[in-house]
Design a protein around this ligand. Structure first.
Ligand SMILES: [Mn+2]
Length: 389
């Protein structure tokens, strides 16, 4: 049993090297609560490290995938964007809350001359990307005793490794608030450190200094409990309006004063309301449509669906039908989808059994995603039915 997560030290050392040598650092994260929290923790930790080491580093480049246009994780368009944007050829790309399933894209990044660190908490598939350093507790060679961290939890551990005794209690408190939000958002089991972080993070909310959270406290004045308030915040941070390869929620989270945060909050809240209304309508429609459906799995797609709504809809349908649910949005020749399965089933294993029909897939046992060519949709469906029978 190892004392630390595999490669945590190696990742911290490589980042330190990048800071001391003034390399261009890029942090690329998934565009939801966990991804944005991971990015913010790592960015703030690296900037702190630079000032402790009295190193002037060029501004860290931050980017996220546009889930509706590019799908999940690292992708060619994002890589082309980063390649153009980076100041120097010598650059370190760190993916957080994504990357572990991006075999082709990591290969492409290496070809473009990026050094790559993957810090991800998703399931590791048979094929593992050729990154320079991989931090993922679910890696087959990782012997750490606990695997069920959200990615922000991993980012926090990496921040601790980077800053050691130099992490101020102020910084630690703000990081733990984010880890708490992400642990709850990603529905990680509330045990071991997760439980501690949730407890401390909820307590920290009373004295938070992050303008984005203060702005939301101003908006959400009526809630039944702290958890209820946290749920409302999470739904805001899970909206995915994009601007120049960044999610607005990231800019919101990084607001430096309350006035700035208060300007962004209403936009996000309107997005949240629209999103919730559409999720509700789609869920009700599908419930009605599928009332008489007797098949082993629910497998449904449309070119009218928005991929960023489908996860929430699929979760609700699993609760209702108690069957594996696959929902996908079709665009051009491809379909991108999301999967939720009842407790005890494994969405990633199910897709591994039909991986020959898929372009990409990955995620966690209860919740995962996939990309498939439209001509393979039917074969994929048949394979899944065979697997779940
Ligand atoms: Mn995550």
């Amino acid at each position: 049993m190892n004392e630390k997560i595999r490669n945590m030290e190696a990742a911290a050392l490589r980042i330190k090297e990048a800071v001391t040598k003034g390399e261009q650092i890029i942090v690329y994260g998934d565009s939801d609560m966990d991804g944005v929290s991971s990015v913010v923790i790592l960015e703030e930790a690296i900037n702190n490290l630079a000032s402790i080491l009295k190193q002037k580093i060029s501004k860290i480049i931050i980017a996220f995938p546009d889930r509706n246009k590019e799908g999940y994780g690292l992708n060619d368009k994002a890589l082309a964007f980063l390649d153009k944007k980076r100041g120097s050829k010598k650059s370190l790309l760190i993916t957080v809350d994504c990357g572990i399933t991006n075999i082709k894209e990591v290969k492409q990044a290496k070809k473009l001359g990026f050094d790559v660190i993957i810090c991800d908490h998703h399931k590791v598939l048979e094929e593992i990307p050729e990154a320079d350093i991989i931090v993922d507790p679910k890696h087959p060679e990782d012997n750490y005793y606990f695997k069920e961290y959200c990615n922000a939890g991993l980012a926090f551990k990496l921040a601790e490794e980077l800053l050691q005794e130099n992490m101020s209690s102020y910084l630690k408190d703000t990081f733990i608030e984010l880890v708490m939000l992400a642990t709850i958002a990603d529905m990680m089991p509330e045990e071991e450190e997760n439980q501690k972080w949730i407890y401390e993070g909820l307590a920290n909310l009373d004295k938070t200094q992050r303008p984005a959270i203060l702005a939301l406290k101003d908006v959400f004045t009526s809630y039944s409990s702290k958890r209820d308030f946290v749920g409302k915040m999470i739904s805001v941070f899970n909206t995915v309006r994009m601007k120049d390869h960044r999610v607005i929620t990231y800019d919101f989270m990084k607001s430096t004063d309350i006035e700035e945060a208060k300007k962004i909050a209403p936009i996000l809240i309107q997005d949240t309301e629209e999103r919730q209304a559409e999720i509700k309508a789609l869920t009700e429609n599908l419930k009605e449509d599928l009332m008489m459906d007797q098949s082993t799995i629910i497998f449904k797609g449309s070119d009218k669906y928005r991929i960023d709504y489908l996860g929430a809809v699929a979760s609700r349908l699993v609760g209702w039908f108690d069957r594996p649910v696959f929902l996908y949005a079709t665009k051009g020749g491809l379909s991108r989808g999301t999967v939720r399965v009842p407790k005890g089933m494994d969405a990633v294993k199910a897709m591994t059994s039909c991986k020959d029909f898929l372009v990409t897939y990955g995620g966690h046992a209860p919740a995962a995603g996939f990309t498939v060519k439209n001509e393979n949709l039917e074969k994929f469906r048949e394979g899944l039915i065979k697997y779940f029978k």
